[in-house]
Design a protein around this ligand. Structure first.
Ligand code: ZN
Ligand code: ZN
Ligand code: FE
Length: 773
């Protein structure tokens, strides 16, 4: 049989993921000669041998190793040379390509097997990793990616680790973060006062005992500290909530594996894959109506009983060891940060910020170079929707459908991320947080510098939110000296971010529902039907603008919004026997009504979030919020308990203005008031509200389509993290013959905005039409 030689160019996320040893192992196994090398972000393979083995190798390459994402394989024939060995060739260049920096990956199966094997030299090693798993982004300081430019440079490799590192047949060939008990980082348990109690495995065992006795521990992980406690101990969970303070927001829990997670939650196949994937996000799962027998019950303080449970599986060796025995079975794992500030990464920072909360610190001496919170994801309408894209995903680039100039985008304010882009790729940063305090603002500045440096982007364009008073806008002004600055309307950015994530370039309808975004008319928008693309868009519809008495004060206290909306929309409600009136003082009510009547310090808003707030308070669900979206989330939780087919019949009124549709919630609010007076179940009213909003949105999209508008409808904005609303709206759109696009891989909340800003800024400067301003 004739020998064949081919050159294979592999593109995608192929560097820093163990691609070369992967190719080497398979080529040698298949008896092929040739070579493999990294070049400019790609992997080049040249192999010689018989056709069958070459075909097999191509098949294997198409899948790639665990963390690779192969986008394309290009195979070219070459003349055979009679070569007989297979070599791993040193890199030509090691930076500049896509996916040069990998995200952090959860401990892989093979490392776990070694770790639990008493004869292995890495038995019980809490820092075991390989080319398939372990820290990456969180330890990298600069490029190209090798040990000397990571925080692992502080640990000199021992001869054994060095041999593995040099051996192309070894799984740890060029595993930059490789470590063993002889040369790797050390774990230590510190008391609240900072004295070392124990180290290594002893530290883990002692930490476990502390957790079992109801203590709170700060545990240093991959991207920062967690605060942990036994989730089945109500005293511990309640104490953690009180001290953090985190009065209401659900907390994530960690359990050892999917089987354990099934004791509490219903888990679909897609959810199981998401839970177990190398990104290891917190996955929001539906809880079992009745918990499986024989398992300890979670403290009710972990999360609202009717809402989803955020579950995360172990992703570092320390987590695995901590949860290996039967107890504790469930750990609360909440980020270790002072309220509203970035997650702590170093022990000194943790001791000062978390000192009053934690009874001990499980620390290690591998420095965290890039702090990175846990990611959060869920399955919505059968698709994986990432709502916080951070550890495990960042800094993987997003492919763009057009070339862009070096651009920096600063996002907005809440749950912010930044993005840098050049050519055909954009990198969204990790979760930065709410940029409304000094600490988060300085983290944002650090992140901008780090991302520009890691991606080699020296921006010529700076994009930011249209809102003039945001910290990110101020920063954009500061950073735009000598650069083009483009202000981007908030909801337009939401729409284009979702379109970019989905690879949609043509005109679409966008239903953009969120809490707050600055509109082109200076009012606050938040329930918008837009028609357009990155190159521009029109406001085809929106919710009727309603007064927000006291602005921010009403956002913190939905009861005020409820009172204001009733005052304007349902005049008769003032004398109706509503529970709401019993929960508010006469004087506060007077203030609200006076603010609304005079329009003093009372902005107008078409926000979907505020409508959810008003309904939530009116139904007695939530009068005051302690975290963003709380009233809407609790309303969704209540709606989920409504038996199928029992949703109350409610509706919004569609008014056709000269150039757009306005959705008026007056009949909806009146309907809820009547329902409450007649003793209707609040759960059925909550479900009816969701259905009414979905119906009104669907009808608006249908009429835009009938008037010649596009038939694709993109659902985005934070309000579509609401799975009931998303399901009802997309079902309605489908029935109307339209094509709904539901949430996907990029956050549809403000955490994805920067991506949209990049594309819109590009079009504003290079496109034919001006952006929406
Ligand atoms: Zn591994
Ligand atoms: Zn070693
Ligand atoms: Fe938004």
């Amino acid at each position: 049989m004739r020998l064949r030689r081919v050159h294979i160019l592999v593109e995608g996320v192929v560097q820093g993921v163990g691609f070369r040893p992967f190719v080497y192992r398979h080529a040698v196994r298949l008896g092929l000669a040739g070579s493999v090398l990294n070049s400019s972000g790609c992997v080049e393979v040249e192999v010689e041998g018989h056709d069958g083995p070459i075909q097999s190798l191509i098949g294997v390459l198409r899948a790639g190793p665990r963390n690779a994402q192969v986008r394309s394989l290009t195979v070219r024939e070459r003349p055979a040379t009679g070569e007989s060995a297979f070599l791993v060739v040193e890199s030509r260049t090691s930076s500049g390509g896509e996916g040069t920096i990998s995200p952090d990956g959860a401990t892989c199966e093979r490392c776990l097997a070694e770790m639990t094997d008493p004869s292995d030299r890495r038995h019980d090693h809490p820092f075991i990793n390989c080319t398939d798993c372990g820290p990456r982004f969180s330890v990298i300081e600069s490029l190209p990616y090798d040990r000397t430019r990571t925080t692992m440079r502080e640990f000199e490799m021992c001869p054994d680790c060095g041999r593995e590192y040099e051996d192309p047949a070894n799984r740890r060939f060029h595993a930059e973060a490789t470590a063993c008990p002889d040369c790797g980082p050390t774990l230590s348990l510190l008391s609240a006062a900072g004295s070392v109690l124990s180290t290594s495995m002893e530290a883990i065992e002692q930490a476990r005992q502390m957790l079992l006795t109801g203590r709170i521990l700060a545990i240093k992980g991959i991207g920062g500290f967690h605060l942990a406690c036994d989730a089945t101990r109500h005293d511990a969970v309640a104490t953690l909530r009180r001290l953090k303070p985190r009065p209401d927001r659900p907390m994530a829990v960690m359990c050892r594996d999917v089987a354990a997670a099934r004791q509490q939650c219903l888990i679909s196949e897609t959810e199981e894959r998401l839970l177990c994937g190398p990104q290891r996000p917190i996955v929001l799962l539906e809880r079992r109506p009745v918990q499986a027998d024989g398992w300890p019950a979670l403290s009710p303080a972990v999360a609202h009983r009717n809402g989803p449970l955020g579950v995360i599986l172990p992703y570092t060796p320390v987590h695995h060891v901590l949860l290996a025995p039967q107890r504790p079975a469930w750990l609360v794992m909440t980020s270790g940060n002072p309220s509203g500030e970035p997650i702590c990464t170093e022990i000194a920072e943790a001791m000062s910020a978390l000192g009053g909360i934690a009874d001990g610190f499980l620390d290690h001496d591998r420095r965290i170079s890039n702090r990175c919170d846990d990611s959060v994801a869920m399955v919505s309408c059968g698709r994986v929707a990432v709502t916080r894209r951070s550890r495990g995903f960042v800094p993987l680039p997003v492919r763009l459908d057009r070339r862009v100039e070096p651009t920096l985008a600063l996002g907005a304010m809440l749950s912010n991320t930044i993005a840098v882009a050049r050519d055909r790729r954009a990198c969204l940063s990790q979760h930065i947080g709410d940029v409304d305090n000094r600490a988060t603002l300085s983290f944002m500045r650090e992140t901008i510098d780090r991302f520009c440096q890691l991606t080699g982007v020296d921006p010529v364009i700076v994009a930011h939110d249209l809102h003039p008073d945001l910290e990110s806008t101020r920063l954009a002004h500061e950073l735009s000296t000598g650069r083009r600055r483009v202000a981007v309307q908030h909801h337009h950015a939401h729409l284009v971010a979702a379109m970019t994530a989905e690879g949609i370039a043509e005109q679409v309808q966008g239903l953009v529902l969120d809490g707050t975004g600055y509109g082109t008319d200076g009012t606050i928008w938040g329930c918008e039907l837009l028609v357009g693309s990155a190159s521009g868009c029109e406001r085809a519809g929106h919710l009727r603008p309603l007064p927000l008495p006291g602005g921010e004060a009403a956002i913190r206290r939905p009861l005020r919004t409820a009172a204001a909306y009733l005052h304007v929309l349902v005049p008769g409600a003032a004398s109706a026997p509503l529970g709401l009136w019993r929960r508010v003082s006469r004087s506060e009510l007077e203030i609200v009504r006076r603010l609304v009547d005079r329009g003093f310090n009372t902005p107008m808003t078409s926000s979907a979030g505020r409508l959810f707030d008003a309904v939530s308070s009116l139904l007695g669900v939530c009068d005051d919020v302690t975290y963003e979206g709380q009233a809407a989330i609790e309303l969704e939780n209540l709606a989920s308990t409504c038996p199928t087919g029992r949703a109350a019949p409610l509706r919004l009124r569609s008014t056709f203005l000269a150039d757009r549709i306005m959705l008026d919630p007056a009949p909806l609010m009146a309907g809820i008031v009547t329902g409450l007076i007649e003793g209707e179940d609040p759960a059925c009213l909550a479900a009816g509200f969701h259905q009414a909003l979905a119906d009104a949105l669907t009808a608006a999209c249908r009429s835009v389509h009938e008037a010649g508008g596009p038939d694709t409808v993109v659902l985005c904005g934070g309000a579509f993290q609401n799975r009931i609303l998303t399901r009802m709206t997309s079902l309605g759109l489908e029935r109307a013959g339209l094509h709904p696009v539901t949430p996907g891989p990029i956050p549809i909340n403000d955490g994805g905005l920067a991506l949209g800003q990049i594309m819109i800024a590009h079009e504003a400067i290079h496109g034919r039409r001006p952006a929406m301003e």
